[in-house]
Design a protein around this ligand. Sequence first.
Ligand code: SF4
Ligand code: SF4
Ligand code: FES
Length: 564
Amino acid sequence: MNPWNHDVAKDEKDLIDVQVDGVWMQMPRGLNVVEVAHRSKKFIPHYCYHPKLSVVGNCRMCLFEMGTPKMGPDRKPILGPDGKPEIAWMPRPQIGCATGITPGMGIRTDSALVKDCRNGVMEFLLINHPLDCTICDQAGECKLQEFSVEYGTGESRFVEQKVRKPKNVDLGERIVLDDERCILCSRCIRFSSEVVKDDVLGFVNRGSHSTLTAYPGKRFDNAYSLNTVDLCPVGALTSKDFRFQMRVWFLKETKGLCTSCGTGCNITLGSREGKVHRLTPRENESVNSQWMCDYGRLNFHYLDSKDRLHRPLLRAAGEQFPGTWGDAIQRSAEALKKVNPEELAVVASARLTNEELFVLSRFLRELGVTRVDMVPHQGQGDSFLRSGDANPNSRGAELLGLSSGGRKFGTWGAEIASGKIRGLLIFGGEDVVAAGIPASALQSLDVLLFSGILANGTSRLAHVVLPAAATAEKTGSMVNVHGRLQRMTRAVPAPGEAREDWTIIRDLREACTGGNSLHSVEDVWKAMGAEVTQFAGLSWAKIGDLGVQIENDLGAIHEKSVKA
Ligand code: SF4
Ligand code: SF4
Ligand code: FES
């Protein structure tokens, strides 16, 4: 467990009485005042405090007025006319992040004293801060901007020269630091040392000259470094990939999943006018807490790759030519009818959603095809979030009976060479040449059908190429390596004529067998719930934004470290 889960009490049922801005309420023992204010729909502004990091109390923004029950000569609380303890208020403010609640505690979050304190803290914080907002990437989601408006005086009494600090510091492969903007909250330092165990950042010098830097000779390059860009309350740490690309207030936010490994971190996709500009982690304590790895965060530029397949392609006289969807489906269906089901093999990629895999499994059942498998992809797993399974939906493919974990697939190269397999259908864009089937074997096939996102060594040999939507461009669900069913929503439209795989398979099925009873995702869910035990009783709505656990977590050890 994360030792710093400050927003969760050890025992949520162990309640004590506290008074927040004059109202008595019950709150779980062990919470700090910032969290109690949050639960009582109040807000105590804060910079250095973060619920998943240790408490350091160095920004002083969370000052509040605190009181304790007045005690009588008998050492018992003096009760007021309402039967509640009278409160003796302390003359000096306290910091909410480092103060745990006690029975009968009084908390004032908006008194004149508190407002005065916040004015003062804001004035100090802004003394040396540059007037960079117009060119700063954080503008629009900057806590310094927001709290200045909300809690500042709107003017400065500072007439001296501001302290100059390093700007445009190349801190690591993916991060640029602007030291003048840093408010010395130390969130980035604590994240690196406490969560990632990479003690690389620190402050040097004193007072106004304190400066964030990496230890001499070290680079801030760990696999989770970009989480500090989210954590930084100001625009000091910026992502090289995202800086100067887009103003954040233009971004449309869509809830989705990272599909770069089997963990399935919950994410928010930021897009504008059909283009994805950034991925950021979305909180889910059962999966990724508030973090994601840098690899997954940056693995979306393929959406705009020059290799994207935009139109169906048909092979004639040894060349591929663009064609219509009608022609492509008809040509595929005709070719399939010429090959016996026993001579067909189908790649059902574990990058496809459950919905797509389910429609595919129905189609294959009707055709009588049993030779079906996924292509395993070994990733670079670690002891934190990254899974060694680079496929995002291996367990979904298993549940739907389309995977033997790559065992069957391993024999197909030889079976194609011996003529046992005469037709190969690929769904999910797998490059089977890269996975070990020789190009010469593929060239000997009577039918090679490829549906995918990007052109590759396999697609270039296909008789028909069907352009498909990427995960950011479709709605569906997946099961992560821990057995959690999670859903994702389409953020941007697919480019050109590319389509979601389930509609491609549906049309192919209709053209081949005439069968078509699945017209919408709801239809697919009804049918899946009836056929797959683990999906029984579930619906799109019931999965919710945080997913549901449908299977035992076989990766229990890994799950523990997720919450670390
Ligand atoms: S760089 Fe950002 S997160 Fe790090 S100490 Fe400065 S303000 Fe805080
Ligand atoms: S750990 Fe896996 S799922 Fe999570 S962000 Fe990284 S690649 Fe994506
Ligand atoms: S949030 Fe409490 S001192 Fe910074």
